[in-house]
Design a protein around this ligand. Structure first.
Ligand SMILES: [Zn+2]
Length: 65
């Protein structure tokens, strides 16, 4: 389910976590070549992503039971 990003924080391992409007958190790791998200390590890049949509796997699993 697509949810808006309301904020970011770092976990204890310094990975970036997106805070979604639904209240769930989701890691947004930059892990090439599988996951290309160079913007997560950049403050401006994260700011630009605020309010954009991210697929929330937690909401997905709750909606499908
Ligand atoms: Zn969610």
């Amino acid at each position: 389910m697509e949810k808006k990003i309301s904020g970011f924080h770092q976990d204890e391992e310094s990975f970036w976590v997106a805070e979604l409007e639904c209240g769930h958190n989701q890691h947004v790791r930059h892990r090439p070549p599988l996951i290309i998200r160079p913007w997560v390590n950049d403050e401006e890049g994260r700011k630009e992503r605020l309010g954009t949509l991210l697929n929330c796997v937690v909401c997905d699993s709750e909606s499908t039971g």
